[in-house]
Design a protein. Sequence first.
Length: 299
Amino acid sequence: MYTTPASPVDVAAVLPQLGPFARTTVRLHPRQGSPTVEQSSMGGPLLWPADEPWPTCDGPQGDDHLDEWPAEAEAPLVPVLQLYAADVPELPFPAGTDLLQVLWCPFDHAPFSSPRPLLRWRQAADITDRLAHMPDPDGEADPEHLPQACVLAPERVTEYPTHDLPEGVWAQIRDAVAQIRQDTGWDYDADLAVASGTKTGGYPGWTQSPDWPVCGCGSRMEHLLTVASWEFSRGDEKRWIALEDRPAMTGWSWDAPDTHPWWAIRNPAGMMLGDVGGIYLFACAVCPSRPFDYRFDCS
Ligand SMILES: [Zn+2]
Ligand SMILES: [Zn+2]
């Protein structure tokens, strides 16, 4: 279990304009481990029907797989997340499903020059004849796009928006936020608003301007989950490092040897998406089949 410290500032009390914008996010707290197909995981083995073909990238097309041009045979997708409803019931599971699987092609793809994700929603009990071995990743794939196997420890925290806050509300709270920072040292954007790391629900940790996908039905999609490069983006982030991890952080520095536990706490899956970027997945909450889209950004 991992515990994000309570907000040092009661945001909804001090900044009541933000109350309507509070959302619950589920931090997944990935840690290197040996998950089974029956567990929620990051980069772990997927519960997969033996008679269902493993997905391969439908590229190359356009400028996909540019660095491999002309690309070789289709590349197998790799497991990114597997989430059971028992662990994350907040996900918008379509009727009759209780398992979400996220895979991606690890090669850089247009339009964001990032891995390209694919979702599967399943009913776990339907899968009686299981695939025994997932295919190995393409040997040319960037190792930092292949999440290493992690177990998960979901934790709920309250978030408030940064880039997604309407300008009119920003205008109302700007002075108070500056005062909080001056009085307490806590920074709204970095410490009080959007949680770092891989998570479901809540707000995307946009680095650039928000760019919410719209479903074909006309509805703005909801943030389904974020796959983050790191669990916290600065070395010594004050808020988003779990209390349980803080003793192991002692003596951390950017020059620390790679055996220092800080590295594995911050980057459990061994990933680097662009420049410490994140891939944000969105799904339509209205359409029963949950059409999805994704965005990638980084600094
Ligand atoms: Zn591809
Ligand atoms: Zn829709």
